[in-house]
Design a protein around this ligand. Sequence first.
Ligand code: IMP
Length: 422
Amino acid sequence: MTKGKVDALLGIVFGDEGKGKVVDFFTPRYDVVARFAGGPNAGHTIIFDGKKFVLRSIPSGIFDPDKVNIIGNGCVIAPDLFMDEARELEAAGYALTERLHISRRAHLILPTHRVLDRAYEAAKGKAKVGTTGKGIGPTYSDKAARIGLRVGDIEGEFEEKYRALKQRHEQILRDLNYTDYDISQEEKRWLEGVDYMRKFRLTDTETEINRYLAEGKNVLAEGAQGSLLDIDHGTYPFVSSSSTTSGGVCTGLGVAPGAIGRVWGIFKAYSTRVGSGPFPVELFDETGDTIRRIGNEFGAVTGRNRRCGWVDLVALRYAIMINGVTDLVMMKSDVLDGFDTIKACVAYTKDGQTTTDMPYDTEGWQPVYEELPGWKTALTDIRSEADFPPAFKAYVDYLEQQLQLPIRIISVGPDREATIVR
Ligand code: IMP
């Protein structure tokens, strides 16, 4: 058994749960902050010292000079986008090179992976996943096919390996008849990004993390995407290509299951999804539009409209089970302030059949709702649970009872102070 623990902070639905707002509650408690899955498909918006940053690959401990930040082996990195992200932080005065350690085992996203992402999507016709176009799927495919390039490769004879994989991709693109692309400018910046990455600590982060744990240090594993976008447990094939759940923390950082401590599950007081795929609670009416407008539900990476709906207890219970969630965090409660009635999806129904378990095929299921009275009061200035309007308190109690877990943190507005810890 390790002395230190790895706690996970995970979006437990379709991503975009708003982790960025609560990381400054979490990061001070940890010595190390690590990303274990995904790549620049994520977009954690963090406001620090009044300035807004969107972190895509870099862990959010980067704003605190005392934290070590790790990009783990389960991640994929695009050197050009990484360079942009890192340079913006450097320009804002944050020193990175000593405090940002990158796993040699993490895989590299090539410019041609991004072209392949577009080509595969185009070939899918109506059944598009609606990916972020960042080359995530093709990069993880190459990892599984055992032909990928890893961060460690840039320390050796890199150019030759790069050209070989690029040629392989070009052949696939020709086979797909997808030839109308030009990556020459992108490739130049990408190679510049590879060079830029060489100044960072490219290490065996699994050994490093386990050493920290043996010393009694604690690690925060910062999730990306969301549990229902997990390659195994999400709404396949409308998923991302990595293990976004707590099991992915073990494989994506190289830590044993026994090292996992608390699993914090973040969800919103309502539901959103960006991209295609089944979403039983989706609202196509004015209520959905209102949630989108008030919640500012537009994609952080792609700017797309997020699909909106009421909270989905079937999805939440499933994610809690898969992840072993120990504590819940509810975000954006204030977005529901104006509604007379709040609904919660307690089951799905299709062809006379009703289920409270997540079905294998979530396509075509309709939500079964329970209704609760709305609180019709602005929550944003509330700082204490004692001041909750009774109907909001009833909503929180209802969710805790349905989900059989405590909601330890409740966010009632965008400001950092608008966060109630219970
Ligand atoms: P990919 O990860 O770019 O391959 O996209 C696969 C699916 O996951 C698409 O529906 C994306 O919109 C969705 N997705 C990927 N990353 C995120 C995220 O960080 N938040 C929300 N949705 C995401």
